[in-house]
Ligand binder design. Structure first.
Ligand SMILES: Nc1ncnc2c1ncn2[C@@H]1O[C@H](COP(=O)(O)OP(=O)(O)OP(=O)(O)O)[C@@H](O)[C@H]1O
Ligand SMILES: [Mg+2]
Length: 246
């Protein structure tokens, strides 16, 4: 058991569909392979689907813990990739049904439970809803996922702005998905230029860039993780580099 609290990372994005769940699960598998004890929590309120991507049918999920039927410890499912998963329940409000003080208490319980783990990854809902901002602000770091698409970058900026203005949190680290190294560098400069000019924020570090990879879709169709099936692909090598920095 750890004497220290685990590192807690919220994987967040302004815009939806930019790769949060794919990156969370593949990152978890990569970290587990590197010997880390990893727990993934699907906190995508209402639209949970991490278990679907893994082709798991967990007996218990977050809704069982929130209703008091089960303790958090009892709802962790093992995965074939060496990390634990707390599944969400699709169509259930989940953490969005909690008021913010209760959510803070829940996060503390999760950290306490997480003493068995080195790293906890929270796969958040897209957008800037108050529960997402709170979880991100209270994390060791927020992995802010965007693509080079201008609307995705604008929404990432909005999330960064609210984290700072509402919570005083400057814990974001940028991951640019579906991008070449050159595109990621451009996105990074744009985000930091705007954040410095309008928010006077210190620069957000670029944690990494993940190229587009045909294996992601193929893996999802086969209900497996890309990192397990195609570990040598450029995207997954890049992801391993991101994992090393966590
Ligand atoms: N680097 C990549 N290369 C190719 N396809 C990718 C890559 N990253 C993600 N995808 C694909 O993009 C789609 C959306 O990914 P994912 O579900 O992980 O996004 P998300 O941000 O979790 O979405 P949501 O906001 O709905 O939760 C999936 O079909 C996934 O396979
Ligand atoms: Mg998702």
């Amino acid at each position: 058991m750890n004497s220290h609290a685990p590192k807690l990372y919220t994987i967040a994005s302004g815009k939806g569909g930019v790769g949060k769940t794919s990156l969370t699960l593949n990152l978890a598998a990569t970290l587990a392979k590197q010997g880390k004890r990893v727990l993934v929590v699907d906190v995508d309120t209402g639209l949970a689907n991490a278990d679907v991507q893994l082709n798991l049918k967990p007996t218990y999920d977050l809704a069982h813990a929130l209703s008091g039927e089960k303790h958090l410890r009892e709802i962790i499912s093992p995965t074939p990739y060496g990390f634990g998963l707390i599944a969400g329940r699709s169509g259930h409000l989940g953490l969005a049904s909690l008021n913010l003080p209760t959510l803070t208490q829940w996060l503390n319980e999760l950290r306490e439970l997480g003493r068995d783990y080195d790293v906890i990854l929270l796969d958040a809902a897209a957008g800037i809803a108050p529960p997402t901002l709170l979880m991100a602000a209270q994390s060791t770091a927020t992995l802010l996922i965007t693509t080079p698409d201008p609307s995705s970058l604008t929404d990432a900026y909005a999330l960064l702005k609210l984290l700072w203005l509402q919570h005083g949190a400057a814990n974001a680290r940028l991951v640019v998905n579906l991008a070449t190294a050159r595109e990621a560098a451009q996105v990074h400069t744009r985000l930091n230029t705007a954040a410095a000019a309008f928010l006077h924020l210190p620069p957000v570090p670029l944690l990494g860039q993940i190229p587009a990879c045909k294996y992601f879709a193929q893996a999802v169709k086969n209900h497996e993780l890309a990192v397990a099936a195609f570990p040598a692909s450029a995207a997954l090598v890049a992801l391993a580099a991101v994992a090393k920095q966590l």
